[in-house]
Design a protein around this ligand. Structure first.
Ligand code: NAD
Length: 359
């Protein structure tokens, strides 16, 4: 029986209105090519345009509609340039993650043949705890864990809890069993003994339930050097919120460009596809942004839907998207961030051609 998936589309700011429609076009092409169930795309307001229309970058109507959807694509927001009071508030993506308890931020970094990588054959995944840690603006139920008792004193607190570490550790070890059976825990337990020490220790406890998975751990500072020298040796890396955010930009660069680094944010019930990178205001509106990260994030959402619904067809569509992006880059069609001359639209068209060529 055919079923229509209802997925939200939140274009966001900067390059978002260029790369998010590209991801929709490519996903639709793969759905048609594989005979998967059709997608009903539901556009929703978010970002600068929503401030103009609704007086807020994340209107209530958006949050309420998202709650009833199968998942959604979130474009980047340029929250650093929003007018006050919006600039000082939790940004739209953080608010959505918090609202839906999207605790697992899965951020692959994979080098593509044909694209220059700092470490060739990089193929790893950062599993970032998304709800607490050192990001004080999202580790409280209400208000912020960052405050200024006087104009010259600023304080932030970190929160690490056993249940939150247990669930992100399970997400990491389960992912590793579907990959190369290796998990690396990243922490700073030599200095932040209690907080990141708890993170490390609980991850090691959970490791005991996955005997087939090899586990090791590194300090965050040393890890940056290990990644630069030998990123190809790592498989799944699990870490707290802020370390994961920073490390995943590093691994995106190591694999070739932020433009090829996808991500998904998930809970048991909701999936949000969102590229690792930001709104890239320096290149917005020029048809030169690399849409691959957003396209591959949409593929991750299709894969997540397949697992959640027990429906193999979106997974075939997701695999086709990934293969078509790889085919396109290998054939030499790349955007300027990867050294090529293709525009956003031309690259997207080439990926769609590659999808059709495979079927
Ligand atoms: P950025 O990721 O937007 O850009 C960093 C560099 O990477 C820039 O040189 C940019 O041109 C390049 N880049 C990023 N994506 C690219 C792509 N798809 N193709 C080619 N090049 C790409 O980071 P930033 O400049 O620090 O932040 C800009 C804005 O984005 C800020 O307002 C920031 O708050 C916001 N931001 C949003 C998110 C999000 O929506 N999840 C994440 C990070 C930053």
């Amino acid at each position: 029986m055919r079923h229509t998936y209802h997925l939200g589309v939140l274009a966001g700011d900067g390059i978002g209105p260029e790369i998010v429609p590209a991801a929709v076009e490519v996903a639709d092409a793969a759905i048609v090519a594989t005979g998967a169930d059709p997608i009903d795309w539901v556009p929703l307001p978010l970002g600068r345009l929503a401030i103009d229309e609704f007086g807020t970058p994340l209107p209530d109507v958006t949050l309420k509609t998202l709650a009833g959807l199968d998942g959604w694509l979130l474009g980047p927001h340029d929250s650093a340039t929003y007018p006050e009071p919006h600039r000082s508030q939790l940004n739209p993506s953080g608010t959505i993650r918090k609202h839906f308890d999207l605790f697992a931020n899965i951020r692959p970094a994979k080098a593509f043949p044909g694209a220059p990588a700092i470490v060739e054959h990089t193929d790893l995944v950062i599993v970032r705890e998304n709800t607490q840690g050192f990001y004080a603006d999202r580790n409280t139920y209400t208000g912020s864990g960052e405050f200024m008792p006087t104009p010259d004193v600023a304080i932030a607190h970190a929160i690490i809890t056993r249940p939150a570490v247990e669930r992100i550790a399970h997400a990491a070890f389960q992912l590793a069993t579907r990959r190369r059976n290796k998990v690396t825990i990243v922490h700073k337990a030599n200095v932040l003994r209690l907080t990141t020490g708890l993170f490390r220790d609980v991850c090691h406890e959970i490791a005991g339930q996955y005997h087939q998975v090899a586990v090791d751990d590194y300090h965050i500072d040393a890890m940056t050097v290990h990644l630069l020298r030998r990123a190809h040796e790592f498989d799944v890396i699990v870490t707290e919120n802020m370390f994961g955010d920073i490390l995943s930009d590093l691994t995106a660069g190591i694999a070739g460009s932020p433009g090829i680094a996808p991500a998904i944010n998930t809970s048991a019930d909701h999936g949000m596809a969102q590229a690792v990178h930001g709104s890239a205001p320096d290149i917005a509106g020029q048809d030169i942004a690399n849409p691959a990260a957003m396209i591959l994030s949409a593929a991750m959402l299709l894969d997540w839907l397949a697992a959640r619904r027990g429906d193999p067809r979106p997974r075939r569509a997701a695999e086709l998207v990934e293969t078509a992006v790889a085919d396109t880059i290998r054939a030499g069609t790349t955007t300027p961030d990867l050294g090529g001359t293709a525009g956003t639209r031309a690259f997207t068209g080439a990926v769609i051609q590659a999808i059709r060529a495979r079927c």
